[in-house]
Design a binder for this molecule. Structure first.
Ligand SMILES: Nc1nc(=O)c2c([nH]1)NC[C@@H]1CN(c3ccc(C(=O)N[C@@H](CCC(=O)O)C(=O)O)cc3)C=[N+]21
Length: 347
C-alpha cells in the first residue's frame, strides 16, 4: 500500500506547495516567519495584526481518507484481476445502539465504495456470549472473510475479553487481539494489524509531512483502543512519549511541552488554548455530541480540544468532524485489504 510522505490529496496539495516546506513542528511555525518578514508600513501592520491571530493549518482527514480509499480501490481490482479474490470484511453488531448502527452502516458504505465485500450480522441485545462466539468461529473458518470486526461497546453481560480473544489474529483487522497489541509494544516485533484509529492519526502526520522522530509527543487518554496503542506507535516512530490520563497531576503543564498532541479522552473542549505550546500539531480523536438546538439532529459533534482556541496557537489541527473519524474507516479498509493479500500471498 502506497503511503508516501508527500502524497497529500489534491485539495491539500496546493497548501503544501505554497508552503514549500513541510510544517515545522515546534515554535518556529510558518506564521511567525510571515510576521517577521513583513515590512513595517501601516498597511502591512494591519496584516501583521491579523496574522498574530494566526490560524493553524487544518488537517483534512476527510480528503486524505478519500484519497486512501481511491488507492485501495485500485489495489482491490488489481487483486481481483490477478488472483480472483475479493477481500471480505465481516462486522458483528450486538444490540441496537444508535451510534453503533451508524458506524456500522458507514463501514459498509466504505467497503462498497472500494469493492470490498462486506458481511454484516446484527444480533439482538440479549444475545448470549456463546452466540457471539459462534459467529466469530464461523467467520474464522470462512475463506471469503479476511477481516472480522466486533463493534464495541458490547452489551455489559458479554465479556469483551473473551470475544476479542476469539478472533483469529490473522483476521483481527481492528488490531485488538492481545497478541497483536503485545507485538506492537515490542521492539523488533511487528503486529499483523495496527488498531485503525491510532494508525489513522500517524498516517495523517505522515501525509502532511510532519516529522515525528525526536519530537515530544503527549497522548491524552490511555484506552486499549486508542490512547495506549497511539503512544506505542508514536514511540515506534521515535517520538519521546508521555501519556496523560485522568489521574495525572498537572495535565495542562505536561501537555504544554508537547510538539505533537494526540487527544483521545471523550471530554468535549477539555484541552484549552493554554494547554498548547505555540506551533504544536494537534490530532483530536474525540467525537463528542453536545446539545445544539440550531442543528437538525439537535446536537453537534465536537472534539476533546477547544478548536476555536487551539487554532490560534497550534500550527496544524484536525477538525471534528472531518478529521480522524474518516481515517479510522480508511485504515479498516486498508487492514482488510492487507489481510486478504497476506492470506493469498499476493504481493
Ligand atoms: N470494533 C470497533 N472498531 C472501531 O473502529 C470502532 C468501534 N468498535 N466502536 C466505535 C468506534 C468509533 N468509530 C468511529 C469511526 C468513524 C467515525 C467517523 O467517520 N466520524 C465522522 C462523523 C460522523 C458523523 O457525522 O456522525 C467524522 O469524524 O467526520 C467515528 C467513529 C469506530 N469505532
Amino acid at each position: 500500500m502506497a503511503s508516501s510522505i508527500f502524497n497529500p490529496p489534491s485539495s491539500t496539495t496546493a497548501l503544501l506547495l505554497r508552503s514549500r516546506h513541510p510544517i515545522r513542528v515546534g515554535p518556529t511555525s510558518l506564521r511567525f516567519f510571515t510576521i517577521r518578514s513583513s515590512p513595517p508600513s501601516s498597511r502591512v501592520l494591519s496584516i501583521v495584526a491579523s496574522a498574530t491571530e494566526a490560524s493553524a493549518k487544518v488537517i483534512d482527514g476527510k480528503a486524505v481518507a478519500k484519497q486512501i480509499r481511491e488507492e485501495i480501490a485500485v489495489e482491490v481490482s488489481k487483486m481481483k484481476e490477478a488472483v480472483g479474490v475479493i477481500p471480505g470484511l465481516a462486522v458483528i453488531l450486538v444490540g441496537d445502539r444508535k451510534d453503533s448502527a451508524t458506524y456500522v452502516r458507514n463501514k459498509k458504505k466504505a467497503c462498497e465504495s472500494v469493492g470490498i465485500n462486506s458481511l454484516e450480522v446484527n444480533l439482538p441485545e440479549d444475545s448470549t456470549e456463546e452466540e457471539v462466539l459462534n459467529y466469530i468461529s464461523d467467520y474464522n473458518d470462512d475463506p471469503a472473510v479476511h477481516g472480522i470486526l466486533v463493534q464495541l461497546p458490547l452489551p455489559s453481560h458479554i465479556n469483551e475479553r473473551n470475544v476479542l480473544n476469539a478472533v483469529r489474529i490473522e483476521k483481527d483487522v481492528d488490531g485488538f487481539h492481545p497478541l497483536n497489541i503485545g507485538r506492537l509494544a515490542m521492539r523488533g516485533r511487528d503486529p499483523l494489524f495496527v488498531p485503525c484509529t491510532p494508525k489513522g492519526c500517524i498516517e495523517l502526520l505522515h501525509r502532511y509531512g510532519i516529522s515525528i522522530k525526536g519530537k515530544r509527543a503527549v497522548v491524552i487518554g490511555r484506552s486499549n483502543i486508542v490512547g495506549m496503542p497511539a503512544a506505542l506507535l508514536l514511540q515506534r516512530e521515535d517520538a519521546t512519549v508521555t501519556v496523560v490520563h485522568s489521574r495525572t497531576s498537572n495535565p495542562e503543564e505536561i501537555t504544554r511541552q508537547a510538539d505533537i498532541i494526540i487527544s483521545a479522552v471523550g471530554q468535549p473542549n477539555m484541552v484549552r488554548g493554554s494547554w498548547i505550546k505555540p506551533g504544536a500539531v494537534i490530532i483530536d480523536v474525540g467525537i463528542n455530541p453536545v446539545d445544539d438546538p440550531s442543528s437538525s439532529r439537535g446536537y453537534k459533534l465536537v472534539g476533546d480540544v477547544c478548536y476555536e482556541e487551539a487554532i490560534q496557537v497550534a500550527s496544524a489541527i484536525t477538525p471534528v468532524p472531518g478529521g480522524v473519524g474518516p481515517m479510522t474507516i480508511a485504515m479498516l479498509l486498508q487492514n482488510t485489504l492487507s489481510s486478504a493479500k497476506r492470506i493469498h500471498s499476493f504481493e
